[in-house]
Design a protein around this ligand. Structure first.
Ligand SMILES: NC(=O)c1ccc[n+]([C@@H]2O[C@H](COP(=O)([O-])OP(=O)(O)OC[C@H]3O[C@@H](n4cnc5c(N)ncnc54)[C@H](OP(=O)(O)O)[C@@H]3O)[C@@H](O)[C@H]2O)c1
Length: 294
């Protein structure tokens, strides 16, 4: 669901009684994902340029200048200045950077600001605890296809975030693709499945393309065939709502070629390998915030 609002997204007040427009959106950590978010938001015209302020790391003034020049927004390296007066704070920092940021800004952050964090593994409870007040927090897990508006973003509400807050977050990420609202207990699984998922899919594309090359197809053609096949097959699942097994059966003619290919995949353990990949990534997601400083 994409909403276009002339003078900005509507944000409910802290008491939830009246609705007020976004005074200011602070985007903290405008790196790869943050810039993608910024670009999608501005392109969707959900927000006027003059209510958006973005920050980057202290040593990245040149990047701030680039963002300001490219998008026509205020961009700098001062997080406290950015969150001051912001009614919506989008946190796009690396997980291990979030705690320091919250400590840095908690005494200038407005108590009624809505915080939306994309940091993998950082829980809404951790953000609420660090801020020390009943902050409205929504946790988001997007993926890299968001950068071309084909993303999948799962959103979970913290203890004090309202349905309207989740809706605001959904409107933001809907500018970058599909969205779902889930219970936060599912976020590690989602991080491992749709967050990390593009990497698994690229490996599958790479392998299918290599097979094409082995059979004499040019590399570029092989990659195009493999990529569009994954795109089309995925679109068919979403479009029809059918179980993938049923769609697989449609392709598989008795005694045809596909069944031989499927047998080779079974022999190679494709299913169990993918299941284990997601399980291991989910286990890592659970420990990421304690250990990761990469
Ligand atoms: N990329 C994805 O596919 C994806 C998917 C889902 C969720 N996420 C989450 O999105 C978050 C950002 O990922 P990313 O790939 O966009 O990382 P990224 O490119 O490293 O973006 C983070 C940005 O924040 C900057 N930064 C560091 N410290 C800062 C500070 N104190 N104040 C302001 N800015 C600061 C970084 O600058 P420096 O580079 O100079 O440190 C960098 O530009 C991560 O938490 C990740 O878990 C990413």
């Amino acid at each position: 669901m994409k909403k276009t609002v002339e003078a900005g997204l509507n944000v409910p007040s802290a008491r939830g009684k009246s609705r007020s427009r976004i005074r200011k959106l602070a985007l903290i950590g405008a790196g790869k994902l943050g810039e993608g978010l910024l670009s999608a938001l501005l392109e969707s015209q959900m927000l006027p340029l003059d209510c958006v302020e973005a920050t980057v790391a202290q040593a990245e003034q040149a990047r701030a200048d680039y963002l300001a020049g490219r998008y026509g927004i205020k961009a700098h390296t001062n997080n406290r200045q950015a969150v001051k007066g912001a009614s919506l704070v989008l946190i796009a920092l690396k997980p291990y950077q979030v705690e320091g940021f919250l400590r840095e800004v908690r005494n200038v952050l407005s108590k009624d600001a809505l915080l939306v964090s994309v940091a993998a593994s950082v829980t809404t409870a951790m953000i609420e605890r660090e801020l020390g007040h009943a902050a409205r927090v929504v946790r988001a897990m997007p993926n890299t296809p968001c950068l071309i508006r084909q993303g999948m973003t799962a959103l979970a509400r913290g203890k004090h975030a309202t349905h309207a807050d989740a809706e605001i977050a959904q409107n933001i990420f809907a500018a970058m693709g599909r969205t779902v609202v889930v219970d936060e207990k599912h976020m590690n699984a989602i991080t491992a499945l749709s967050g990390s998922g593009p990497a698994y899919v690229y490996m599958i594309i790479e392998s299918l393309a290599a097979a094409g090359v082995k059979l004499g197809l040019p590399q570029g053609l092989s990659t195009e065939l493999a990529s569009q096949t994954l795109l089309g097959a995925s679109a068919l699942v979403l479009h029809t709502g059918e179980h993938p097994a049923k769609l697989k059966d449609v392709v598989t003619t008795p005694a045809g070629c596909t069944i031989d290919g499927l047998l080779a995949l079974e022999e190679g353990g494709l299913r169990i390998t993918l299941i284990k990949a997601v399980m291991q990534a989910a286990a890592r997601a659970r420990q990421l915030v304690e250990n990761d400083n990469s």
